[in-house]
Write a protein that binds this ligand. Structure first.
Ligand SMILES: Cc1ncc(COP(=O)(O)O)c(C=O)c1O
Length: 395
């Protein structure tokens, strides 16, 4: 059976095996999982119970529930992005928005800039459209715009994908100056910016910056976010904000893909937002997650072997661990770390070119404080053992 050519571009580097938890003993620092104890179960159940009606159980069209889009437009306005419900589309998680944007813009071979390293799920969404990838390094203040300009000046690029807030996987925040400059570059070289911001509301310290979309002067920034990290991932509910010229074809693509996002889910989330204070819920998430991040950072900083570096982000879900050059993180994760019952995401899967072989992404949100302590002890012990020269066996 011959599969479509688009499958040839799919990256399979053994990550599935690494990400899967072996058993109940495994401490998972791999997946970007929210803490299940923080799901607002009772409030969501109550919202669901009252949301089934003749209207919400019927087809409603590709842009999704108007009440929820109005609520989201209001929240976007408070976040410096002036928009109306007409500029918003509800999606099956942020992930669907990434897929729709690639479908909208990319013919096989078209130029696509991604950050190096980047979100693994974005690469799986984009791979299907067979782009020509350009990887631009992430610096402490976001994408390296000098490197980006070099790419834009010499290659035909259609889209730039960025996670400017608590980037997945490095935790980096793009500076205000770079947000403005990025829009100016996109205007100059006629490129669309895909701004993916599911961690945006999870800032634990420092000053919040406006989204890149706030500086958009030509409707060429598409902002994407999600309820996955702030309410629950299984809602599969995200949204995108786009100007009219992109929204019309996006509606057509969304219709062709799944007709619409579940009307019952969107009505229930709209009811939840009406009856509950989402910001108070997010404040609680921030309290718990910032304590978890601090614990993981302290544990690792105290026990990592020399030569390893670790980021200390101001928010989000992840720490980024870099080993000395030459260290093979994938082999380590598939071997000694798996034996120690800990999972991380090796960096090589987070680059279209398999770069970052000596790095790993660690998520601190899904594990308890005790699991973080245990997992970090095991991780550091395994790294220390891996750094020791192999024992010479006398014959
Ligand atoms: C940067 C980024 N974008 C998109 C997604 C997908 O989110 P959703 O669950 O809303 O589809 C994730 C999930 O981890 C993510 O980290």
């Amino acid at each position: 059976m011959k599969l479509a050519a688009r499958l040839e571009a799919y990256q399979t580097n053994g990550l599935d095996g690494v990400l899967a938890a072996k058993d109940a003993q495994t401490i998972a620092f791999a997946g970007g999982y929210p803490d299940p104890a923080l799901f607002p179960q009772a409030a969501l159940a109550a919202a669901w119970a009252q949301s089934a009606s003749e209207k919400t159980l019927q087809y409603a069209g590709p842009t999704g529930d108007l009440a929820l889009r109005r609520q989201l437009a209001q929240r976007m306005g408070q976040d410096a992005v002036a928009c109306t419900a007409a500029d918003l589309m509800l999606t099956q998680g942020a992930q669907q928005a990434l897929d729709l944007m690639a479908k909208l813009l990319l013919d096989p071979g078209d130029g696509l800039v991604v950050e190096g390293p980047t979100y693994i799920g974005a690469l799986s969404a984009f791979d299907a459209y067979q782009p020509t990838y350009y990887e631009v390094p992430v610096q402490r203040d976001g994408m390296d715009l000098t490197a980006l300009q070099q790419v834009l000046a010499t290659r035909k690029v259609k889209m730039i994908y960025t996670v400017p807030d608590f980037q997945n996987p490095t935790g980096t925040v793009m500076s205000l100056a770079k947000r403005r400059a990025l829009v100016a570059l996109a205007n100059r070289y006629d490129v669309v910016i895909l701004e993916d911001a599911p961690y945006r509301q999870l800032r634990y310290r420092g000053v919040q910056l406006p989204p890149i979309k706030a500086f958009d002067t030509e409707d060429r920034v598409v902002f994407v976010s999600s309820f996955s990290k702030i309410l629950a991932p299984s809602l599969r509910l995200g949204w995108l904000v786009a100007g009219p010229s992109l929204m019309a074809p996006l509606r057509a693509l969304k219709g062709g893909c799944d007709l619409e996002t579940s009307g019952l889910t969107t009505a229930a989330v709209a009811a939840y937002l009406q009856r509950n204070d989402l910001d108070r819920h997010i404040a609680r998430l921030k309290e718990v997650y910032s304590a978890k991040m601090a614990r993981m950072h302290t544990d690792l900083a105290a026990a990592l072997p020399s030569g390893f570096t670790l980021t200390h982000p101001e928010g989000g879900f992840f720490l980024w661990l870099t080993a000395p050059q030459g260290f093979d993180m994938l082999a380590f994760a598939q071997g000694p770390l798996r034996d120690a019952n800990v999972t991380v995401v090796p960096g090589s899967g987070l680059s279209p070119f398999g770069h970052f072989q000596n790095a790993a992404r660690l998520s601190f949100t899904g594990a308890s404080l005790a699991e973080i302590d245990r997992g970090c002890r095991r991780l550091c012990a395994a790294l220390t053992a891996a750094g020791r020269p192999a024992q010479v066996v006398a014959r």
